[in-house]
Design a protein around this ligand. Structure first.
Ligand SMILES: Cc1cc2nc3c(=O)[nH]c(=O)nc-3n(C[C@H](O)[C@H](O)[C@H](O)COP(=O)(O)OP(=O)(O)OC[C@H]3O[C@@H](n4cnc5c(N)ncnc54)[C@H](O)[C@@H]3O)c2cc1C
Length: 430
């Protein structure tokens, strides 16, 4: 049963709420209660990383780490200088969960199952004495001199629908759910309108779709988006891409859409994508390479001899055809004009973007509580003393690869330290 008065109320049983509640209780804060609106906390942790949970990323330097956050970026230097990737790895290790690094830097639990992350957090909460209340949502919170007067709403099948409660300190950790943004706005915060991030792109190129499943790495991407004011925005990325039935996806493309999330939304997900399939090769070098092939492989068929070995054969045939070149022709017969067309297709294929495709394995909201309104050393609101805001509810989001959870661990941990300091300082209020 939830009492009528508690010291600390954490609203939201996700990664950031659990970290805030556990770390606060472990740091000596008494009477910590965590509310979760649904019947099962940590649902996103459970489904994350395709059921494996990409807990964080092996990027140890806070200055390098912030670059992976399209929203947040430099402002996160301070928070990460106090609790970054290495601290998260050590924290989980101290709580019995070992993380293993994959070749691309992503860190997963050794068990390769998100269930072990959920179990670790739940056990840590229990051991620390955090009281977890499920199927109970924070509906309203009003600041009062002694803290907050809260209205909680129970799940539909509960006998008592509403519950009033006083808490001395309140932590909002409601993730991307609209209810948290409404609560934050009602408590005086500005909300940056949320838009989707980390999605693939739909391209108006039916013939490309026949290549679904082809992966290329590295590829250079240049996305031009024309805004409502007529200004063009250019976004670039380099890395691995995957051709899909709708267009393009893959890590570099998801990074591109994360950084371009707002511009794309404003432009109705329309723009022009220029793809350099030969990202490792400057165009002049590629041109020379084609010259050499004309001489050295003169008698071979164009379709059977690719300019470089990692160029997908299916894509090569597609690019030849898109350049109006017969793949059955011989290298010796490639005319100068055709070579120019081929060079263009290899290094600057142009595709019209006509929409937003499905999300990748991970998706987040770009937007939330304006960062300037939060003291990032304590996660306390500058508009509403005694209130702390953590996790995805803030206008912070990372690219795919474990960066979103890292921000949850960091912001939750920082909020906890500030709560602990408030209990031990002379004249402490809780
Ligand atoms: C499919 C998928 C896969 C992902 N994979 C990864 C990954 O591998 N690595 C990574 O870094 N990131 C991943 N992410 C992103 C990551 O899951 C989020 O960034 C992270 O979960 C945000 O944590 P949070 O605690 O801020 O919010 P959430 O995890 O959303 O938790 C908020 C909780 O608050 C509850 N709640 C909402 N409103 C109220 C209320 N009024 N009262 C009480 N409770 C409330 C919600 O029910 C929810 O349980 C993934 C996201 C998705 C959707």
């Amino acid at each position: 049963m939830l009492p009528d008065q508690v010291s600390v109320l954490v609203a939201g049983g996700g990664a950031s709420g659990f970290m805030a509640a556990i770390a606060a209780a472990e740091a000596g804060v008494a009477d910590v209660h965590l509310l979760e609106a649904t019947a099962e906390p940590l649902q996103k942790v459970r489904i994350s990383g395709g059921g494996r949970c990409n807990v964080t990323h092996a990027c140890w330097d806070p200055r390098a780490l912030v670059v992976h956050y399209p929203r947040g970026n430099r402002a996160l230097r301070g928070p990460f200088s106090r609790f970054a990737t290495g601290d998260a790895v050590a924290w989980f290790d101290d709580h019995g969960l070992q993380l293993v690094e994959e070749a691309d830097g992503r860190l997963f639990p050794r068990s390769n199952s998100s269930e072990s992350v959920v179990a670790t957090l739940r056990q840590a909460a229990q051991r620390a004495g955090v009281r977890v209340h499920t199927a109970l949502a924070l509906q309203q919170a009003h600041p009062i001199p002694a803290g907050f007067r809260c209205t909680l709403r129970a799940a539909a099948d509960s006998p008592t629908k509403q519950h009033q409660l006083l808490c001395k300190r309140l932590v909002l950790a409601t993730g991307g759910h609209p209810s948290g943004r409404h609560l934050a706005a009602a408590l005086g915060h500005s909300i940056v309108t949320p838009v989707p991030s980390l999605f693939s792109l739909t391209l108006a190129e039916p013939s490309l779709r026949e290549l679904a499943g082809v992966a290329m790495d590295p590829v250079d991407l240049r996305l031009t988006i024309c805004g409502a004011d007529g200004r063009s925005e250019l976004h670039r990325q380099r890395g691995a891409v995957l051709i899909t039935h709708q267009g393009l996806s893959g890590p570099a493309l998801l990074r591109l859409t994360a950084f371009a999330a707002r511009d794309l939304k404003q432009a109705g997900y329309r723009g022009e994508l220029v793809v350099n399939w030969a990202a490792g090769l400057p165009p002049e070098q590629l041109d020379q390479q084609l010259d050499q092939l004309r001489q050295q492989q003169a008698r071979r068929q164009l379709g059977s001899w690719r300019p470089w070995s990692s160029l997908s054969r299916r894509l090569w045939l597609h690019l030849l055809q898109a350049s109006g070149i017969d793949p059955q022709g011989r290298w010796a017969d490639l005319r100068r004009g055709q070579q120019q067309a081929l060079l263009q297709a290899l290094s600057a294929s142009r595709y019209a973007v006509i929409g937003r495709g499905p999300f990748g394995e991970e998706f987040v909201t770009a937007g939330g509580v304006e960062l300037g309104e939060i003291n990032l050393a304590t996660m306390e609101s500058r508009c509403c003393p005694g209130l702390q805001i953590v996790g995805e509810l803030l206008d912070v989001d990372g690219i795919t690869g474990g960066f979103n959870f890292q921000h949850c661990w960091t912001s939750g941990w920082l909020a906890a330290q500030a709560l602990a300091a408030a209990t031990t300082l002379p004249g402490a209020s809780i």
